[in-house]
Design a protein around this ligand. Structure first.
Ligand code: PBG
Ligand code: ZN
Length: 326
């Protein structure tokens, strides 16, 4: 039996680690990472999140030290989520200048001026019903929620935030927030839009961490249907028009195709949110010894970069930063 003519042999470039290093197409850097922080106004000491091993809610008093740890590892940014002492029907603690996130922003900037502080901008943590805005019957009222998002974003800006990240999937939220920030003189404050956010079961553990599960129903009337691809492009392009500075796709792993398509269709930096359920799955398998955590995490992050992400929001950020050092 004769062998085929093998003029082209892709294995030639895989023969040594040095050669593989030379031809590697994608690299992961600590510069790509954003670490989420859950700040709880009602606690004095950190409280572990059971479904997210290694993740804790921290009290306001610990925000400074937590930020210093992140900055010392070379991670450029944190994204803040707040658990307030008081919730009401409209989520008014979200735009209280003395609210938990506003206090956390000031503490973070004081402890670590060079660390970028991003604030998740939504209402599910602040409403007593857990939905991402003002209710009109069982529905979230889009335009009434926009007015509150404007107040919330301006309040975060006054507290000194470096970027706001609206996550509620309200129509027109980017234009509304951009207008309000500009009107108040915050023309240079960037907006990272949760542009393409799916109604995902992968958010489960986060809702324990942030105490933000909807009291009734689900978020399918504002977050996207996981079956839709063309609608993702519509959402992304709308946010570009409305003035978003960075676009996000969320969750990550089940939506790699969407990351790639949005990346190819726009010029903005692209972020991906490697969400709580994705984190929990890796942690659970690693705890059982079924996978090699470090290798699986680094492979996953590299895959986000390969798919087109420039920025990765991940609960693994501290571990990754340490692994990249050695
Ligand atoms: C708030 C918000 C959520 C997440 C980020 N911002 C939860 C949700 O929409 O229910 C999810 C993050 C994660 O799962 O890690 N709107
Ligand atoms: Zn929300």
């Amino acid at each position: 039996m004769s062998l085929p003519d093998l003029t082209i042999r892709p294995r030639r470039l895989r023969r040594s680690e040095t050669l593989r290093r030379l031809v590697r197409e994608t690299t992961l850097s600590v510069n790509d990472l954003v670490y989420p922080l859950f700040v709880d106004e009602t606690i004095e000491t950190p409280v572990p999140v059971p479904s997210m091993p290694g993740v804790r809610r921290i009290p306001l008093a610990d925000v400074g030290s937590a930020c210093r740890e992140v900055a010392e590892l070379g991670i450029p940014a944190v994204i803040l989520f707040g658990i307030p002492a008081r919730k009401d029907a409209i989520g008014s603690s979200g735009w209280d200048d003395q609210g938990v996130v506003q206090q956390a922003i000031r503490a973070a900037k004081q402890a670590c001026p060079e660390l970028l502080v991003i604030a998740d901008t939504c209402f599910c943590e602040y409403t007593d019903h857990g939905h991402c805005g003002v209710l009109d019957g069982e529905h979230v009222h889009n335009d009434a929620t926009l007015a509150n998002l404007q107040r919330e974003a301006v309040s975060y800006a006054r507290a000194g935030v470096d970027m706001v990240a609206p996550s509620g999937m309200m129509d027109g939220m980017i234009a509304a927030i951009r207008g309000a920030l500009d009107e108040h003189g915050f023309t240079d404050l960037p907006i990272m839009s949760y542009a393409v956010k799916y109604a995902s079961a992968y958010f489960g553990p986060f809702r324990d961490a942030a105490d933000s599960a909807p009291a009734f129903g689900d978020r399918a009337s504002y977050q996207m249907d996981p079956a839709n691809r063309r609608e993702a492009m519509k959402e992304a392009l709308l946010d570009v028009e409305e003035g978003a500075d960075i676009l996000m796709v969320k969750p990550g792993l089940a939506y790699m195709d969407i990351i790639r398509e949005v990346k190819d269709a726009t010029e903005l930096p692209m972020a991906v949110y490697n969400v709580s359920g994705e984190y929990a799955m890796i942690k659970a398998a690693a705890e059982r010894g079924w996978i090699d955590e470090r290798r699986v995490v680094l492979e996953t992050m590299t895959a986000f970069k390969r798919a087109g992400a420039d920025i990765i929001i991940t609960y693994h950020a501290l571990d990754i930063a340490r692994w990249l050092q050695d």
